[in-house]
Design a protein around this ligand. Structure first.
Ligand code: B16
Ligand code: MG
Length: 217
């Protein structure tokens, strides 16, 4: 029985996935890497900032020390945070408000399970902070997706057993994390063809509660 839904943030609730891509592209260009593409960015979805940096660096041929890598990750984060300056409720993805209203009506708890350390800033700017019963993010974890830690912390903060949680994710790393944490996985967007997912939809906007009756049995 579904008692809680844990939402990924970037690319599921908010359009910030595009801002991540643009910030990494900016950094790549500065490093002389001109062939960093949206396909490369798919592998950055859901994974940590440092793992995302490796996806950029493997497109070039320079070797960086750990200290230099930390500086590069910081630089990207500064570009990314600056690009969030005008983030507002208008950047909430289509279908999110309807989805949250449905869950509230059914008495199903909600949480955030995001790899991003910028989660508090994004929730504040979009006005979403008060819409969730618990927040678990990159500031709470020591391991990143595909490790299930971020979702298990969310479930524990909600007081719901993992097998009664559904995770909504747009990344392959996140779907893998949900399944290894013993949760249901609803894949949207970039992850919609992931074979590990229990169900899938192009976006939350077109997700049908009627066709997925198990959601509210
Ligand atoms: P930050 P999610 C993830 O957020 C992004 O998908 C991923 O691309 C990013 O590297 C990660 O957050 C860390 O973000 O640099 O802001 O701490 O999809 O798990 O909500
Ligand atoms: Mg995501």
């Amino acid at each position: 029985m579904v008692e809680a839904v844990i939402f990924d943030l970037d690319g599921v609730l908010v359009t910030t996935d595009e801002f991540h891509y643009l910030a990494w592209k900016h950094l790549a260009e500065e490093l002389g890497i001109h062939n960093f593409t949206k396909e490369d960015n798919v592998r950055q979805r859901g994974v940590s900032r440092m793992a995302s940096l490796e996806v950029v660096l493997e497109k070039g041929d320079k070797i960086y020390t750990e200290e230099e890598k930390l500086e590069l990750a910081d630089k990207k984060n500064n570009i990314y945070v600056a690009s969030l300056k005008d983030l507002s409720p208008e950047d909430i993805l289509p279908g999110v408000t309807r989805f949250l209203a449905f869950l509230k009506e059914k008495g199903i708890k909600t949480a955030i399970g995001s790899a991003s350390k910028n989660t508090p800033l994004i929730l504040e700017k979009t006005g979403l902070a008060s819409s969730f019963d618990a927040i678990s993010c990159g500031l709470d974890t020591t391991k990143s997706k595909p490790d299930p830690e971020v979702f298990l912390i969310a479930a524990s903060k909600l007081g719901v057993a993992p097998e009664n949680c559904v995770v909504v994710e747009d990344s392959d790393a996140g779907i893998q994390a949900a399944k290894s944490g013993g949760m249901y996985a609803l894949a949207v967007g970039a992850a919609k063809e992931n074979p590990l997912a229990d169900c899938a939809a192009e976006s939350l906007d077109v997700f049908s509660f009627e066709k997925n009756g198990w959601f509210c049995e």
